[in-house]
Design a protein around this ligand. Structure first.
Ligand code: MTE
Length: 322
């Protein structure tokens, strides 16, 4: 596995408490509270308060503040979403409320020492959460700026213990056509999937998101847990993740399967490489009354990620940017 040395701007090393310590701590806290509140209701209320406070108390990572652009109004960004499971328009916020996120777990399997399941609650309470303000550039040429709360994907990689044969990671969204009615549409290759190389996933920018605007993640944003990869087109940032599989071969994602000429594996933002049907030179600012701004290579995150692609330039060429 490719290991990255933490730069000095990074906030404290994330700590992963082992399972026994975690469960004991939770039991102790829950039984103490039982004096005042008995029964399941008390415990679940306590648990959800504790989850919320982990998110609201997350420290800000000042490396990722936004100097040039305004944060997109929450009321706009959380109501203009691509979440095809709930419909192919941007206005799926109401439909996405059907998503039941309580007790959500993620399965980690494939080329790992030992497959396991972990709950999102456990990730929220054991990973050191931080808030990062990231720019998001959709392949459709609109963009937004959002304060996400989460933790580095590399920290999940560490506890996943991938085998040396693992070269890629494939992410899966849930599949439940009763809840997400667009999943009844057979022309889509459900469930939504995405992929990264291990090196990309280990990059400090790769962020697993559990909150936004200082709150538990809004359902239309892909609750309870999604990726955010700010240097790539938005479709790589998969929502509502249920499975993370380590593989030897490069996975084919949802959009690549549908249309490989338009949506590739790499999808790094580049204003000089047009989408086959439109220019990528500029982007429309969400909530900006039609304002457009020039798009930057790697969405402005080149200092952090350009090195990942140097060796690939000769073999992958323009595919790195599609
Ligand atoms: N993840 C899932 N499961 N389903 C989707 O339809 N859309 C992608 C990405 N992740 C999508 C997804 C696309 S195209 C974009 S631009 C971003 O989510 C949109 O994220 P946002 O709704 O938070 O703006």
């Amino acid at each position: 596995m490719h290991l990255i040395t933490k730069p000095n701007w990074a906030i404290s090393e994330n700590k992963v408490i082992d399972e026994v310590t975690f469960l004991n701590r939770r039991n102790i806290l829950a039984s103490g509270l039982g004096l005042a509140m008995s029964g399941t209701f008390g415990n679940s209320l306590f648990a959800s308060n504790s989850i919320t406070s982990h998110i609201t108390d997350a420290s800000k990572n000042f490396k990722f503040t936004e100097m040039e652009r305004k944060i997109t109004d929450e009321n706009i960004s959380s109501k203009y979403n691509n979440f095809y499971e709930f419909g192919s328009t941007k206005y799926i916020a109401k439909e996405a409320e059907a998503l039941e996120t309580e007790g959500w777990t993620i399965k980690v399997d494939g080329l790992v020492e030992k497959p396991f399941k972990i709950s999102v609650d456990k990730l929220i309470t054991t990973m050191a959460l931080e808030e990062r303000i990231y720019r998001h550039r959709c392949v459709e040429a609109w963009s937004m700026v959002v304060p996400w709360t989460g933790f580095e994907l590399s920290n999940l990689l560490k506890i996943s213990k991938p085998l040396s044969s693992a070269k890629f990671i494939k992410f899966y969204t849930f599949y439940d056509p009763k809840v997400a009615t667009e999943q009844k549409a057979r022309w889509y290759p459900w469930p939504y999937t995405e992929g990264l190389t291990i090196e990309e996933a280990s990059n400090p920018l790769s962020f697993l998101v559990v909150g936004a605007y200082g709150k538990i993640l809004h359902k239309p944003f892909g609750a309870p847990i999604r990726l955010h990869l700010p240097w790539k087109y938005g479709f790589k940032s998969i929502k509502s993740i249920v499975r993370i599989e380590f593989t030897e071969n490069r996975p084919i994602s949802f959009w690549e399967e549908l249309n490989p000429n338009e949506y590739g594996f790499w999808a790094n933002v580049n204003p000089k490489v047009n989408h086959p049907r439109w220019s990528q030179e500029r982007e429309r600012v969400l909530g900006g009354a039609g304002e457009t701004i020039p798009t930057k290579i790697f969405n402005g995150y080149g200092a952090e990620v350009a090195h990942l692609y140097k060796k690939l330039e000769s073999s992958e060429g323009l595919r790195l940017y599609r």
